[in-house]
Design a protein around this ligand. Structure first.
Ligand code: G3I
Length: 382
């Protein structure tokens, strides 16, 4: 089968005459810095999307489930668990030597209404909801004990001003719901790394709230291993200073930092900078969807420059960055094609809709090589 040259590069190959020469891949280029990976949808880890799966196997050494381990997907009704997709996801990861992540146990989104109500539809008591949370975490974390290495235990518990988001978890249980969630997860798999995950922590008010939150959890004896900075970024947000300061702010508390949902949106702004609040919906217009026939080269180059900048910051702080995960594999897979405006043509990742590496891919690889000359090799303990 004659594979087109650019696609060969995505598979870590280059064609010299008739034979395919191995090309440096992301996981090789960053082996001295941090794990590098992507969020996968079911088509990729089932390998129905064989091209997407091939890119994942060639380029990445860690994976995150985009949707299949969220409450609504794995536990859609009170006594009904559907572990088939989750099992397939974990098997794919193990078969390909990946550091397998679990996402996410407790979130205000993609959690069915029944979770917070009793059989008559009445809102649950604190005790009843804690029991339900414990059962779910024991079942899901317990099933993948020793196989899923790290869990986003609680996701997006803060408002933009750093105060606690008034989710049903908070209003029914109280603000110790996070501590309880971490305790239940630690009981279910004492060896798993446990993380708090959120977006826009690079904005000072929210970062301050998050630092207070994690300090409180650690003071309560919670085994918090690290904080996930989602980084649904824009061309002008966050600044290199904001990103660097945020990594160091959490590292100073002895926590690992992960970039957990990286993408860079080049489309016109339709939401607050850094927001990833999926409840926001904005009406479509051509001005909101300007690149339906491909990305102009000037924007391609600007995106490449932007990714080069971001990775230079991550490399400069690599001692405290354990992992960088892209939120999707190719532009065709990205949630930004349907958020906050449905049906947009977005270009936020390193591989295009044909699976070809974009100029942004080359810029990221260049940042790694540039870093090599400066950075000492990564030590096991990091
Ligand atoms: O499963 C249903 C399917 O049955 C139905 O036919 C289809 C039709 O609309 O919808 C499917 O559900 C979709 C689900 O993804 C699974 O594909 C939902 O509509 C869609 O809203 C949901 O979007 C996900 C979003 O979280 C929802 O919260 C995105 O794929 C996913 O990328 C996104 O990921 C979140 C992270 O978990 C947390 N941080 C922000 C990030 C982006 O919002």
């Amino acid at each position: 089968m004659k594979i087109k040259l650019p696609v060969m590069a995505a598979l870590g190959l280059a064609s010299i005459g008739h034979c395919a020469e191995p090309q440096p891949t992301l996981k090789e280029a960053f082996q001295n810095y941090f794990l590098i990976g992507a969020a996968l949808n079911a088509n990729q880890f089932s390998e129905r999307d064989s091209r997407g799966a091939a890119i994942v196997k060639a380029q990445f050494n860690t994976i995150t489930p985009e949707n299949v381990l969220k409450w609504e997907a794995v536990h859609s009704e009170p006594d009904k668990y559907d572990f088939e997709p989750g099992d397939q996801y974990v098997k794919f990861g193990e078969k390909n030597g990946m550091f397998v992540i679990g996402h996410t146990l407790v979130w205000h989104n993609q959690t069915p209404r029944w979770v917070f109500r009793d059989g008559e539809g009445k809102q649950l008591t604190r005790e009843a909801l804690l029991k339900r949370m414990q059962d779910h975490i024991q079942k899901v974390v317990g099933r993948y004990k020793g196989r899923i290495k790290g869990w986003d235990v609680v996701n997006e518990a803060l408002n933009e001003d750093g105060t606690m988001r008034r989710s049903l978890w908070l209003t029914i249980i109280g603000d110790d719901y996070l501590q309880k969630a971490f305790e239940f997860a630690q009981e279910a798999d004492p060896a798993a790394e446990l993380y708090y995950n959120d977006f826009a922590l690079e904005n000072a008010p929210k970062r301050k709230g998050a630092i207070e939150l994690v300090k409180k959890l650690m003071a309560a004896g919670v085994h918090l291993k690290g904080v996930g900075l989602q980084n649904h970024d824009r061309m002008d947000w966050p600044t290199s200073q904001q990103l660097g300061d945020t990594i160091e702010a959490f590292a100073k508390l002895g926590l690992q930092v992960m970039i957990t949902e990286l993408d860079v949106d080049v489309l016109p702004r339709a939401a607050r900078p850094g927001s990833a609040d999926v409840s926001l919906k904005v009406a479509g217009s051509t001005s909101m969807n300007p690149y339906t026939n491909g990305l102009p080269d000037s924007v391609q180059q600007a995106l490449a420059k932007r990714y080069g900048e971001l990775f230079s910051v991550l490399i400069a702080h690599h001692a405290n960055v354990k992992r960088v995960t892209f939120w999707g594999v190719t532009d065709a897979d990205s949630w930004l094609n349907s958020w906050p405006v449905r049906g947009r043509t977005s270009y936020p990742l390193l591989f295009d809709r044909e699976g070809k590496p974009k100029p942004a891919f080359d810029a990221v690889m260049k940042a790694a090589t540039a870093g090599d000359s400066k950075a000492p090799a990564r030590t096991e303990t990091q």
